[in-house]
Design a protein around this ligand. Structure first.
Ligand SMILES: Cc1cc2nc3c(=O)[nH]c(=O)nc-3n(C[C@H](O)[C@H](O)[C@H](O)COP(=O)(O)OP(=O)(O)OC[C@H]3O[C@@H](n4cnc5c(N)ncnc54)[C@H](O)[C@@H]3O)c2cc1C
Length: 382
């Protein structure tokens, strides 16, 4: 049983504790699902998460627009990740893919949220390109105004849910200013003519992922989210909300690795006694527990800060993501070590956690980028 004592921290309200307990029970009854076909698994998971009502937390309610509750997003991601990495991915993408609509969408654009929150449409966030991943402002893809339409041309890559999403939130250069000042954000339904899945990408832990080709894709002018030229602000605002939640997913993986390790070292006998009695093993367990608690403190501080009215949580979110993803990798590595040969055996939970965690240190701002963000924030006077 995972440590739940953190739920008593002052960052949470009673509704958060109820949410965490209810979701934990739902996960125990429904997860993990079969991952043999990642596309089918994700489509099924989005439907299940919609039916269970969990996706209502992934986007605002268009009939009663409010704010996204980052503590709920983090608790849900942590809990899902602890039970099934693909379930966390499925939930996360419904939030990231609609984040721009939740934060900046018009009343008409927000009607999409009814479907995404019900699990009836899968969504994707298309920012990265072959030449611009970390260097977002350098993107090549263009959107050119033509009467009452925009025409999109270019490529996006590493797009999660690419190939199975029904709706893409796409960033392109509209040229109002140089670099970051000339980007805009558009809603592009997957069946829009000219939008092609150029390549499906396979990674270390299977997820639906694709490179997309936009060949004169025409969208109406009202597909623009926010202001023309405001796309960089839209993207950064979405990431400001969701960056801490990546840390929360990493925390869920780390907690699971710690739980598995506690069971293992209590049960397995080495040299005539439980492994747990070896002091070097105890040292590893202490390091793992410390990393987990420190990550949880940073994540729920960032989430609480955002929820209680901070306009931006750039420093807090960067610290939460950086620390939680880096230390989760270390925690999981220790778990693999303490499981011996079983730890590297295909199909063992710690082996899959070892693969699952790696990409979190790269996407939504690589660890090195988070360090730059934190340092710039501190050097500019905080
Ligand atoms: C599994 C997965 C899912 C993804 N899903 C999505 C998605 O849904 N939508 C989307 O738009 N993108 C997505 N991405 C793309 C992801 O955001 C980029 O891969 C990431 O931003 C890094 O960009 P890059 O791969 O082009 O690497 P590069 O930008 O070439 O960076 C390479 C490395 O350079 C280092 N680095 C970068 N900048 C600095 C710096 N300023 N100082 C020091 N070192 C630096 C980092 O170590 C970085 O990992 C996904 C990626 C993966 C792996």
């Amino acid at each position: 049983m995972a440590d739940r004592s953190f739920l008593n921290w002052p960052f949470f309200e009673p509704r958060h504790r109820e949410l965490a307990a209810a979701l934990d029970a739902w996960c125990a009854a429904n997860l993990p699902v079969d991952h043999a076909d990642a596309d089918a698994a994700c489509i099924g998971l989005v439907r299940m998460l919609g039916e269970g009502g969990w996706l209502e937390h992934s986007a605002i309610n268009p009939d009663r627009p409010g704010t996204l509750d980052v503590r709920s997003l983090c608790l849900i991601r942590e809990t899902l990740a602890r039970h099934d990495g693909l379930a966390d991915f499925a939930f996360a993408m419904q939030g990231l893919g609609t984040g721009a609509i939740s934060l900046f969408g018009s009343h008409e654009q927000r009607q999409w949220l009814k479907k995404s929150r019900a699990g009836e449409v899968l969504t994707a966030f298309a920012l990265s390109e072959p030449r611009s991943g970390s260097d977002v402002a350098n993107m090549d893809m263009t959107a050119t105004r033509d009467g009452n339409q925009f025409v999109l041309n270019g490529e996006k890559t590493w797009i999660s849910n690419g190939g199975i999403a029904g709706l893409y939130c796409v960033f392109a250069r509209t040229g109002e200013g140089p670099g970051a000042k000339g980007l805009s954000c558009f809603l592009v339904p997957a069946d829009t003519p000219g939008l092609e899945i150029a390549e499906r990408l396979e990674v270390i832990a299977p997820h639906p992922l694709a490179r997309l080709h936009f060949n004169s894709v025409r969208v109406p002018a009202d597909a623009l989210i926010g202001e023309p030229g405001g796309g960089f602000r839209v993207a950064m605002s979405v990431l400001d909300v969701f960056r801490s939640t990546v840390g929360a997913a990493a925390l869920g993986f780390a907690r699971r690795a710690l739980d598995e390790t506690l069971s293992r070292v209590r049960e397995r006998e080495l040299f005539g006694a439980p492994m747990a009695e070896l002091q070097m093993v105890q040292g590893h367990v202490a390091d793992m527990a410390l990393d987990v608690d420190a990550s949880a403190l940073l994540i729920y501080r960032a989430a609480w800060t955002k929820d209680t009215g901070a306009a931006r949580v750039t420093r807090e979110a960067a610290m939460a993501k950086l620390h939680a993803t880096e230390t989760a990798q270390a925690v999981i590595d220790k778990a693999v070590q303490l499981h011996g040969g079983d730890g590297v055996r295909h199909g063992h939970i710690v082996e899959s956690l070892y693969r699952e965690i790696r990409a979190l240190r790269i996407y939504e701002g690589a660890s090195d980028v988070q360090k730059v963000v934190i340092a710039r924030h501190m050097l500019s006077g905080g």
